[in-house]
Design a binder for this molecule. Structure first.
Ligand code: SAM
Ligand code: SF4
Length: 345
């Protein structure tokens, strides 16, 4: 398959997307594949069934879908997955989307990755206008890394991170806080990240998808982790200027920034500016709800974008107020049935 054509420039429309609660939608996350080269135990079951390739939108269709959202006011676009860098020819999508950065229609084109393929792709990402990426890494211990990811090679990820930094990409590390797994290692992970001028963001595990075991043994409230860190480091709250779900502190001893994403202990929905599309063109307006809207049908029904734009407006009009994730002994089942790898977090 060739890549998406470098065609339409997104011209912003007069009516930006505003949901029923007055939130303006300016951030789109796109899961370009549900597949992954790892199987993190909190994200996927070992024997995942992936979508048939024939169900996937082509890269050209993904480009058209993203471009329609950009024309409707999206200013930030994140590619995710599954693992975005395992989608065949994904770099041609990055390259074609970069025209929206060049035209000024898009402020940021970015990516969340497990880092395993970064050594190969880092410099190309930079060439195509990507400035910053998030790399998910829960441990610096090779054995634990293998246990968490079921077969991953930590060295490969560390080489990927170095390649990204050498290419001039700003790297942020994301780590899921996992009870009895990496909780003792958070200080060393933070010192390592800050020593390389990388922010570290900690994430609470969310009850998404059947992973073959309950969540209660994985879930570590960040409120607890934060108070443990505060006993050892000086944490100063930073003003909330990211517009995202993370709350940041400055760590005086390292000089670095530490973020907390706390969907379980502190719900951040009131300022939610984002929606997600899957690799089959399904739009999810909330990470924590089952409801979805099919955009593939209107996308394929016409080469004009009118039907598609109307379907997007209808879906945004249904965006729920917020999620209601719960993990406790009585609620040890997934709150939503789809896995995180379907929407990419
Ligand atoms: N494969 C890429 C990666 O790992 O960065 C992108 C997709 S992955 C689904 C995106 C993020 O979701 C990762 O940081 C991962 O750790 C996080 N994640 C996966 N399952 C999760 C869960 N159940 N709760 C909280 N975070 C989760
Ligand atoms: Fe793959 Fe990312 Fe899920 Fe891990 S968290 S299995 S790397 S999609």
């Amino acid at each position: 398959m060739s890549g998406p054509a470098h065609n339409s420039i997104a011209v912003p429309t007069a009516s930006p997307m505003i949901d029923p609660f007055g939130r303006s939608i300016s951030y789109l996350r796109v899961s370009v594949t549900d597949r992954c080269d790892l199987r993190c135990f909190y994200c996927m079951s070992e024997d995942m069934t992936f979508l048939p390739k024939s169900d996937l939108l082509t890269l050209e269709e993904l480009d058209r879908l993203c471009s329609t959202f950009i024309a409707k006011g999206v200013r930030k676009l994140r590619l995710t997955g599954g693992e975005p860098l395992v989608r065949r020819n994904v770099m041609s999508l990055v390259q074609s989307l970069s025209r929206h950065i060049e035209s000024g229609a898009l402020d940021e084109l970015t990516l969340t990755t497990n880092g395993s393929q970064l050594e190969r792709f880092a410099s190309e990402l930079k060439t195509h206008g990507v400035q910053r990426i998030n790399v998910s890494l829960d441990t610096l211990n090779a054995e634990k890394f293998r246990a968490i990811t079921r077969w991953g090679d930590l060295d490969k990820v560390l080489r990927g991170i170095e390649a990204a930094r050498n290419a001039g990409l700003k790297v942020k590390i994301n780590a899921v806080a996992l009870k009895n797994m990496n909780e003792d290692e958070i200080p060393s992970l933070m010192e390592w990240a800050h020593g390389k001028d990388m922010d570290l963001t900690l994430i609470e595990v969310m009850p998404m998808g059947d992973i073959g075991e309950g969540r209660i043994d994985q879930y570590l409230p960040l409120s607890l982790l934060r108070s443990r860190l505060a006993a050892r480091y000086t944490l100063t709250d930073l003003p909330d200027n990211t517009g995202g779900p993370a709350r940041y502190v400055r760590v005086s001893e390292t000089g670095g920034r530490l973020g907390f994403i706390t969907p379980m202990t502190h719900n951040f929905c009131e300022s939610c500016n984002r929606v997600r599309i899957t690799c089959t063109g399904t739009l999810h307006t909330c990470l924590g709800h089952e409801d979805s809207s099919d955009l593939r049908k209107p996308l394929r029904a016409s080469s004009e974008d009118t039907l598609l734009a109307a379907a997007i407006d209808r879906a945004i009009g249904l965006k729920p107020k917020g999620h209601d994730f719960i993990i406790d002994r009585r609620h040890n089942r997934p709150s939503v049935s789809r896995h995180m790898s379907v929407t990419g977090g």
